[in-house]
Design a protein. Structure first.
Length: 762
């Protein structure tokens, strides 16, 4: 199936059209309605979906430093994900935590990660008897024994006033489909919460159309970044399949019976149904554009007459199409669960932001606070995290999306003047370094170049060369309020001296190391966009990490403006001097030269790993195991990788050692399970680690034939004795993207003891 055929096959309505006219959209919707299924959704998932366990990463020992995942139902890259709500979510708090004991409703969430804020959400809560509008009051006990959790269908039974309520959810990208079965004799109702207690919004009950609709302007990251998105709103329309026998609104815990419209804070509305009503279904359309568009999204994605079962089945097919592209043999049940659940995690981001009306596609941009025409708009760009491996994963498994992802970033540049760092509706200035350059460079290197090259170069060049506003007087601390777009903070003196001064800009040590790596990626973009004359300059700047390597301590250390060392160890981004000393994946050989010998470099690596300095829970450590491939004992890479996979990933609710960070943690596991990793993504190369399975078959979208990775006895033999790409023996532990896409077979000969393979990487 071609890339376009694959896209139209399942992405069009449910995951978002890249190029699709409204007429064709409507025809496809009608076809789906005509083929609606009558049976209940099967809890036996198709293909590799049977291994996916969305509970992984939903709990941990601390309040916020765990996987930060939710058991959401939605298609890949959905604008809105639906989840059971066991607590109110905020920055550092997810709406579902496995150890909680009550469900307070079901949330249509736009929160992309645990450390980011919610935006324009809506929640739906069933109940019986007296209307309970306050969040705490409407919590209902439940048992995990009564949950069915898949990426496309969720079911739970909750205790409610001497009876029970069974809730089921499924969802398309912009519409949630919820069904509640009431098993008692009390009068049932469904409450729709539009805003929280401090947020003013609007809500209306329409008994005539059997709808509740409204507006929620909440954006929890509104204090960050210069783009305030003053007119941002999340709009919603909840359309019910049963007639209302009673209705009203509510503000926090106060119920206003029979009132049909309100503007207030802590706002909700409810619809009551006749006693004896056993089941109520509701479709909730969500929009960033208008109430009319939210209603249109229902018509586009789950029009009247579409059954719950058909929607769930279609979303199941969307996930199966992706996950069934990977087949593994020789894995344990737990390894299969971790790998395929990781694919599920990594295929959720970025999130669609465009919507389709009767005449075309549109999207709201908070950068200039207006609505634009176009279908290439996404949000949820955690670039500091995802450029390392999740982006390479998307290039492999969702190539039909990548040009649109980049075009969306370029739209951000045109509307704000910068490419995104961490975009959540608008720029939040969270994390450091303009890693959009790496993502653009990698896409160009790997042939996914259907975007504006001139505009891409202009944007990448500006980020790399033009300092942010007040660069010499602003520290640009993490989540600092009242500042402009951060881009490369400290760039003024980085260009002048070669390093970001520790007494001038926050996180200066990390910035210097990362800006050097990012400069390498800028050079790649220059070469691919016809600006070869600029490439040499950035290639030279890619060596700037040399300036902060202290020969006496053999550590990276920040420097003050006058050149003296800042040994405070407080200048690092989510890491330490140990971690950032090795965080030079674009030039490991150059880093080794600073140690004067490979043996000294290897000794430092040994100390790093043996003394517990490595931190797999955070991204700056993710490439470091591959530094061993440049030493005299490259087999140590295998030892470290196997240990990291074993100790940081498992098939329980605590099975992610750190925050998922928009798919990066899982993408790391995926690549390292199958045996290679994009250590320096913009290079277009992957470094060989250690395959874990006897056989892996990859059916990648942009390939004309499958790739088979054979590694007999890999589960018990961790070391590589030989490797062949087709019939060609590979001496160095490096494969190119071209080899990945064009070869038919990778063949490993595995061994239980280290050998000589890969000892000539340098």
């Amino acid at each position: 199936m071609s890339r376009l055929d694959s896209l139209l096959h399942y992405d069009t309505i449910y995951c978002g059209p890249e190029k699709m006219h409204y007429k064709a959209l409507s025809v496809l919707a009608s076809t789906i309605v005509a083929g609606a299924l009558a049976a209940s959704p099967s809890v036996k998932s198709k293909g590799n979906l049977r291994f996916v366990d969305p509970r992984i990463g939903t709990d941990g020992e601390t309040v916020s430093e765990y996987g930060g995942m939710i058991p959401s139902t939605a298609p890949p890259f959905a604008m809105t994900r639906w989840t059971a709500m066991t607590r109110e979510n905020n920055v550092s708090t997810c709406p579902y935590r496995y150890s909680d004991t009550k469900i307070h409703g079901f949330l249509g969430t736009h929160q992309p990660a645990i450390w980011m804020g919610e935006s324009g959400q809506v929640s739906v809560a069933p109940g019986v008897g007296e209307i309970k509008s306050a969040f705490e009051d409407r919590g209902m006990p439940f048992s995990h024994d009564n949950e069915v959790i898949t990426p496309y269908y969720y079911k739970v039974s909750m205790d409610a006033d001497k009876s029970s309520i069974e809730a089921e959810t499924t969802a398309t990208s912009r519409v949630g489909y919820l069904r509640f079965t009431f098993k008692g004799k009390s009068q049932p109702y469904v409450l729709v919460q539009g805003t929280r207690e401090t947020i003013e919004g609007d809500i209306t009950v329409s008994p005539e159309t059997q709808e509740i609709y409204g507006r929620n302007p909440e954006r929890q990251d509104r204090i960050l970044g210069p783009s305030k998105a003053e007119h941002f709103n999340g709009y919603f329309v909840a359309r019910f399949d049963q007639k209302f026998t009673g209705w009203g609104t509510a503000t926090n815990a106060t119920v206003h019976a029979n009132k049909t419209s309100m503007t207030s804070t802590g706002l909700a509305a409810y619809a009551q149904f006749a006693k004896g009503t056993k089941q109520v279904a509701v479709r909730v359309g969500v929009s960033y554009i208008s109430i009319d568009q939210a209603r249109q999204n229902i018509e586009n994605e789950i029009p009247d007459g579409t059954t719950f079962e058909n929607t769930s089945s279609t979303i199941q097919d969307a996930w199966a199409e992706k996950l069934d592209r990977v087949q593994i043999e020789g894995a344990t049940e737990e390894q299969s669960t971790v790998l395929y659940t990781g694919m599920f995690h990594s295929l959720q981001y970025p999130n669609e932001k465009f919507e389709v009306n009767a005449t075309g596609s549109y999207y709201y941009s908070g950068y200039d606070d207006t609505v634009h025409q176009g279908n290439m708009s996404y949000t949820g760009y955690s670039n500091w995290d995802i450029f390392r491996a999740q982006w390479a994963f998307l290039i492999m498994f969702a190539p039909e999306r990548v040009p649109g992802f980049i075009t969306s970033m370029l739209n951000t540049y045109q509307q704000s003047g910068r490419l995104p760092l961490w975009e959540n509706i608008v720029e939040t200035n969270i994390m450091i370094t303009t890693w959009s350059s790496s993502m653009i460079a990698e896409a160009l290197r790997k042939g996914l170049d259907d975007f504006d090259h001139d505009l891409a170069w202009k944007a990448v060049y500006k980020d790399a060369m033009v300092p942010p506003v007040d660069d010499l007087t602003t520290t640009y601390a993490d989540r600092e309020e009242g500042v402009g777009l951060e881009a490369r903070a400290g760039l003024t003196l980085y260009k002048q001296n070669g390093w970001v001064p520790g007494n001038q800009t926050s996180e200066a040590g990390s910035r210097t190391v990362e800006y050097s790596w990012a400069d390498y990626t800028v050079a790649v973009v220059a070469n691919f966009t016809g600006h070869e004359d600029k490439a040499a300059y950035f290639e030279q700047r890619a060596q700037n990490y040399h300036y902060i390597f202290n020969n006496e301590t053999t550590f990276m250390e920040a420097r003050y403006k006058n050149g003296s060392w800042d040994s405070s160890n407080t200048t690092w981004t989510e890491g330490t001097n140990w971690i950032y000393t090795f965080n030079v994946p674009h030039d490991f050989s150059g880093l080794i030269s600073l140690f004067n010998s490979t043996s000294a470099f290897e000794d430092k690596l040994d100390e790093y790993f043996q003394d517990g300095h490595n931190d797999q829970t955070n991204e700056p450590s993710h490439a470091t195991p591959y530094a061993y491939l440049y030493t005299k004992n490259p087999s140590k890479t295998s030892d470290v990788l196997r240990d990291l996979l074993k100790t940081n990933y498992n098939a329980t609710q605590t099975g992610l050692g750190g925050n998922e960070d928009c798919g990066q943690m899982s993408a790391w596991a995926f690549f390292n399970y199958i045996g290679f990793y994009p250590v320096n993504p913009a290079s277009g190369e992957y470094m060989i680690g250690t395959p874990h399975f006897d056989k892996v078959t990859l059916d990648l979208p942009d390939r004309t034939h499958k790739l088979t990775i054979l590694a007999p006895d890999a589960p018990s033999k961790p070391y590589i004795k030989t490797m062949k790409v087709d019939s060609h023996a590979l001496a160095k532990p490096i494969i190119t993207h071209e080899q990945l896409m064009n070869s038919t077979r990778f063949t490993f000969q595995m061994s239980s003891t280290p050998g000589d393979w890969a000892k000539n990487t340098l």
